[in-house]
Write a protein that binds this ligand. Sequence first.
Ligand SMILES: [Zn+2]
Length: 316
Amino acid sequence: MNWLSDHVRPRIQRLVGERKDTPDNLWTKCRSCDQMLFLMALEENLNVCTNCGHHHAMSVEERLNSLFDPGYQRLDMPELPADPLKFKDKKPYPARLREYQSRTGEKDAIVVASGQMGGSPVVIAAFNFAFMGGSMGRAVGEGLVRAADEALRLNASLLVIPASGGARMQEGILSLMQMPRSIIAVERMREARLPYIVLLTNPTTGGVTASFAMLGDLTLSEPDAVIGFAGRRVIEETIREQLPDDFQTAEYLQDHGMVDQVVSRLELRDRLVMLFSLLRNVPGSPATPGSGNQPAGEPDLPVMQEDEPNPSFDQV
Ligand SMILES: [Zn+2]
């Protein structure tokens, strides 16, 4: 025992302890402009940088809260046999699943919820990128099928919000089978003439882009989102050409006709409410007042009534 251990060390420990009591996560740095941002102000602004407008990632919970009217319900997802292929890389697939389940508090990479947006019934299926990169395996396919079924049951619109690295390799071919499966799910929406909108978020890649994510009645995207099938480097090495800087961004895809509209998160809810209202008020839609539940006809895209002004996207 001496002066150092009796007096100095406890005092240092006390000081360090006191400093830990004050939250060290009040501030965060913008990934785009390096500005220090007050975390609470950033969250209030839906994780959009108040300085440069960069859209930071947001949790599924924040996403649902920002879109739904107050009071939505999550749908229960079924338990699926965890490991059909007995897949093991650095650790067995079931152990990896359990790890992400405890880390995120979710069963898998998709959350389905039903509620209202602007008083109109909507089912939202939102990907959770924090869960194994939002990869699409059987649970995600099942979630998309359930979301479409629930929308049909409630005569509701469907909004799918992908954020995904693509197929889940641990489920091999079963993961790839979710591509046609998800297409059948959204095709049912089209047959019932109920609106189906996709909101692409950063990143939307691989098998997700190659299936339901490109089949919305309307395809919206958040600004700067990376959207593509194969990665940029793979394409460059294959075709041996330099790609433009903005290749695979939402804005590039809007210019080339694959995205209908890039919408700021701050305007997103109002825009979606308006678009769902337009799509639900077309002849033949079971949601149109007075039209009743008509049998499904040819799965054509809804057509605007001729006596209604055709809203241009520049105006909305
Ligand atoms: Zn910024």
